[in-house]
Unconditional design. Structure first.
Length: 525
């Protein structure tokens, strides 16, 4: 095992299998500085290569201590050898060359480190891209750009393009999209980086209308394994362009910007937010899934179905358990009420009244603000499943019953089970057209369990065992690469399916020695 591999996987990986350690423990054991031998790599050489010496941060510096822990605090103990906050592609190239010369793994982080499996941290060199946050707009729509009419507005397709640097987060981009009536699929969480979103696919509350975030990619530029600048698009390095649209980040290079096209919507949408007690969980989840299945080809309806709870005791877990739905509809509140009439008839009279009243006509900007969600950094573990059919009532009942056995935590976000409805433009693209293979999905299911750093040290083991029981009730051989699960037995097949062989060929062409990668990354042939 060479030094880069040892540092990427940690010392635990070298002996973990023999000791029966979990995949998470093995993949993320923090390496010791002694792994480099002698005095370690020459960080001053790296400092001199950067455009500003203070871009290099080492343990003990306040800025290092602020940036080192990822959003997923489960991996807060993984300590980078050093952190660089590059401001330019030249800085990134200097880091890559230095890392290769010194056998040090290099990992980019575009947002706050939300990666479920901790792949946005490292015991080597961490590149935090938070200084690369420019957004450049090009309102370059052609006069012939198609315009599609809906009952409450019109959509101009491919109205322009924007260039987004790799450190831009949803929270930075959303206000600009809102001001311009821009339709571009992005996530709900404001601290998630756009780079990770687009490279792994990218779902959001406009994806059925506009496709995945990666479907809007026109061009991306990155620094490759040799430290050189690579541009890829349909016309230039087309094989790599295919791979980065769904092949996930940190596999082929370090991206520094993305050019995406967007649509413009002039009009209103209908926003909604429903909630029922756990007693109505089965009927509500069945009705909502049926509505999504019926609207599979209809790009107007966007929905997230949720089932969750929180609390520290069995009584609190039972009392706080609920089923929810939130989303937007490119049409009127009246049309949406008709579309979701069966769900609106469910629950108590109070729930019916509250749910009906939540449906209202709003601007696209208002809907974006209402759909936004911010959560605090905390330890969590997660998994996902790709579903092509609705979950039947008996399976929903089993999920509900298992939810009520959750042991609880002091984190108010508790357990979150979500079904993100797909269809429309997402599924209009062939599975082989990009690296993102899940083009037949009706739902992406997400399973998250959150706890607090104040909770017992056994929390990961306890919550993961509970989560494994939950995922067994929603069986699937496929998973969403932007929700990575370190416990998957065949992750590359789950994430990429029949596209994985082609991804390996692209990896061999652009990074044959594996400069970039992680425990579930794409392996060269």
């Amino acid at each position: 095992m060479d030094r880069r591999t040892l540092l990427r996987t940690g010392f635990g990986a070298a002996i973990g299998a023999g000791l029966g350690l979990s995949p998470t423990t093995m993949a993320h054991s923090a390496p010791e500085a002694a792994a480099f031998g002698g005095d370690g790599p020459d960080l001053e050489e790296l400092r001199r290569a950067l455009s500003r010496p203070d871009y290099l941060l080492i343990p003990g510096q306040p800025r290092y201590e602020q940036l080192a822990p990822p959003f997923n605090r489960q991996f807060a103990s993984v300590r980078p050898l050093a952190i660089v906050t590059p401001r330019s592609p030249a800085d990134i190239a200097a880091c890559v060359r230095w890392a290769v010369r010194n056998g040090v793994p290099i990992t980019p982080r575009s947002g706050l480190g939300h990666n479920y499996a901790g792949f946005s941290t490292t015991g080597g060199l961490l590149l935090v891209l938070s200084l690369m946050t420019d957004v450049v707009w090009r309102d370059d729509a052609r006069a012939s750009a198609p315009v599609v009419g809906y009952s409450t507005g019109t959509m101009t397709k491919k109205a322009g393009t924007l260039l987004v640097e790799a450190g831009v987060t949803n929270g930075m981009l959303h206000p600009q999209l809102e001001r311009g009536n821009i339709v571009l699929p992005t996530g709900r969480c404001s601290s998630v980086g756009v780079a990770g979103l687009v490279l792994g696919g990218g779902i959001g509350f406009s994806d059925k209308m506009a496709g995945l975030t990666c479907d809007r990619l026109v061009e991306t530029r990155l620094i490759g394994a040799d430290g050189e600048w690579i541009t890829c698009s349909e016309k230039e390095n087309a094989d790599l362009f295919w791979a980065v649209r769904g092949g996930a980040g940190d596999n082929f290079g370090i991206h520094f910007d993305f050019t995406l096209d967007y649509d413009k919507y002039h009009g209103t949408v209908a926003f909604y937010r429903f909630s029922w007690s756990i007693d109505t969980a089965v009927d509500a989840a069945v009705a909502l899934q049926r509505a999504c299945a019926d609207a599979f080809r209809d790009p107007r309806l966007h929905m997230r179905i949720g089932l969750g709870t929180s609390g520290t005791s069995a009584q609190q877990v039972r009392a706080n358990a609920s089923v929810t739905a939130i989303g937007q509809f490119y049409g009127s509140a009246r049309e949406l009420r008709d579309l979701l009439a069966s769900a609106l008839r469910l629950g108590t009279s109070s729930e019916q009244a509250t749910n009906a009243a939540s449906i209202r006509d709003v601007t696209l900007a208002e809907a974006s603000e209402l759909l936004n969600e911010d959560v605090a950094p905390a330890p969590f573990t997660g998994a996902s499943a790709v579903l092509t059919e609705p979950l039947p009532g008996e399976r929903i009942a089993a999920v509900r019953d298992h939810l009520l056995t959750w042991p609880g935590s002091s984190n108010p976000d508790g357990v979150d089970i979500a079904l993100f409805a797909l269809g429309g433009a997402v599924n209009d693209v062939a599975a082989e057209a990009t690296a993102y293979v899940h083009r037949d999905a009706l739902f992406i299911a997400q399973f998250n369990v959150n706890w607090s750093e104040r909770d017992p040290a056994s929390s990961l083991r306890v919550h993961r065992e509970w989560l494994d029981g939950l995922t067994a009730l929603v069986p699937s051989t496929r998973a969403y690469q932007n929700f990575p699960d370190p416990y998957l037995r065949d992750p590359q097949q789950a994430y990429y399916g029949r596209n994985y062989a082609r991804l390996r060929a692209v990896k061999s062409a652009y990074d044959p020695s594996g400069v970039f990668g992680y425990a579930q990354g794409i392996a060269p042939q």
